[in-house]
Design a protein around this ligand. Structure first.
Ligand code: 13P
Ligand code: SF4
Length: 382
């Protein structure tokens, strides 16, 4: 969703491309196929699980953000990595690929409202205030993949790491260990993933968590509260997953016999607590695909994925957990016209919407991403 009513495309300095094909063009699929075939091995197309069907059809690999980051890093021969996902994912791909490779995001307005909830200036200010409170030197920053490259660089500079929903438990265990006894983790920008990982996966106490509000002096906290806390959670959330409710879980349990509730860890803690299974998009797919036929599921994640799961596994009974939740509108920005436009431009020798992270930022962000990729058993919980 486009958070705060801002137009990300305008903010990122791009105009809507004039030569975008019309969505009604009956030849769009044929055009995409032809451009894809012409590019051959020169291009590699990555597709996040939340992408539209019309786009995912053209992905060489689909995955969650962890898998896609690894896939991007594992394609050194592809001249172009076309990223069908959102901006922070494409930035990470640019950081993890060689300078000779170009990452293309078919629509630059495909941002992430959660990532936009933490600006680098706010994070730097937070760190200064933690220093004033005397806790910065015992705090290890961990940022969720859903954050800007500048924030990943911040965590790299301060000895922290990046995590995704599939390795948050390992990353947090590593960070708490690194922080040592009495140490703390500053978890950015998703308070829910931080809280769920600490309290549900690691068995930590909710009272050890405080929420840092970037719009208030000292995050709205006292130095004493900061000193007593183990988890300093940034006040950010996903505008899609934040809408799944306890009432929806209760209704699913009431209305669907033997239902299993499976949700993404970006959901609120009270929702996650009531679920039977919690995991990244990749884990949700794997869990459902491995279940016996006839299993009933209520799934709390983005709607494109849930609809695709229902179509792919007709032998299972798959329902969307909450009627009032809509698609992730920024993921949906990547549609077939944008993909065709990006691919045909590459065929014509024009690179459009290249994502390039400035060198100094990329250096430190890579330190943090490499730290994530080096975590022990980093795929253990996906
Ligand atoms: P995954 O890493 O689980 O795919 O999640 C990415 C995301 O943006 C979820 O909202
Ligand atoms: Fe961002 Fe939420 Fe969309 Fe994921 S679903 S890309 S966290 S807004």
């Amino acid at each position: 969703m486009l958070g705060h009513g801002r137009d990300l495309a305008t903010e990122r300095g791009v105009e809507c491309p004039g030569d975008l094909p019309a969505p009604s063009d009956p030849d769009l699929v044929a055009r995409a196929r032809a451009a894809r075939a012409t590019l051959g091995d020169r291009a590699f197309v990555l597709g996040h699980h939340y992408q539209r069907d019309e786009v995912i059809e053209f992905a060489d690999v689909t995955g969650d953000s962890f898998k896609l980051a690894k896939e991007a890093a594992a394609r050194p021969d592809a001249e172009y990595v076309v990223f069908c996902g959102v901006h922070f994912m494409a930035e990470s791909a640019d950081i993890l690929t060689a300078d000779s490779q170009t990452v293309v995001l078919p629509d630059l307005a495909a941002g992430c409202s959660m990532a936009d909830m933490a600006a680098i200036d706010q994070v730097e200010e937070c760190w200064d205030e933690l220093a004033e409170a005397g806790v910065a030197d015992v705090t290890v920053p961990v940022t969720y993949m859903n954050s800007s490259a500048a924030i990943k660089a911040f965590t790299g500079r301060h000895g922290g790491t990046v995590c995704t929903s599939s390795n948050a438990r390992t990353a947090l265990t590593w960070a708490l260990d690194r922080a040592g006894s009495g140490g703390k983790v500053l978890f950015l920008p998703d308070q829910h993933l931080g809280r769920n990982t600490y309290a549900r996966d690691l068995g930590g106490a909710l009272e050890d968590c405080v929420v840092w509000d970037p719009h208030r002096p000292m995050g709205g906290l006292t130095a004493e509260q900061l000193r007593a806390a183990t988890m300093i959670l940034w006040r950010g959330h996903c505008s899609v997953h934040g809408r799944f409710s306890v009432e929806a879980v209760q209704a699913a349990r009431r209305d669907i016999p033997d239902v299993r509730i499976i949700v993404h860890p970006e959901c609120r803690h009270e929702v996650v607590e009531l679920a039977d299974e919690v995991g990244s998009t990749e884990r949700i797919i794997r869990t459902i695909s491995a279940a016996p036929p006839g299993t009933a599921w209520a799934v709390g994640t983005e709607l494109n994925l849930v609809r695709r799961l229902a179509a792919q596994f007709p032998e299972q009974r798959i329902a969307f957990l909450e009627k009032n939740v809509c698609y992730c509108s920024t993921m949906n920005r990547i549609d077939l016209p944008h993909l065709v436009w990006a691919l045909e431009s590459l065929v014509d020798g024009r690179v459009v919407n290249a994502i390039r992270v400035e060198e100094q930022v990329a250096h430190w962000a890579r330190v943090a991403l490499d730290q994530m990729l080096a975590l022990p058993g980093e795929t253990s919980r996906d």
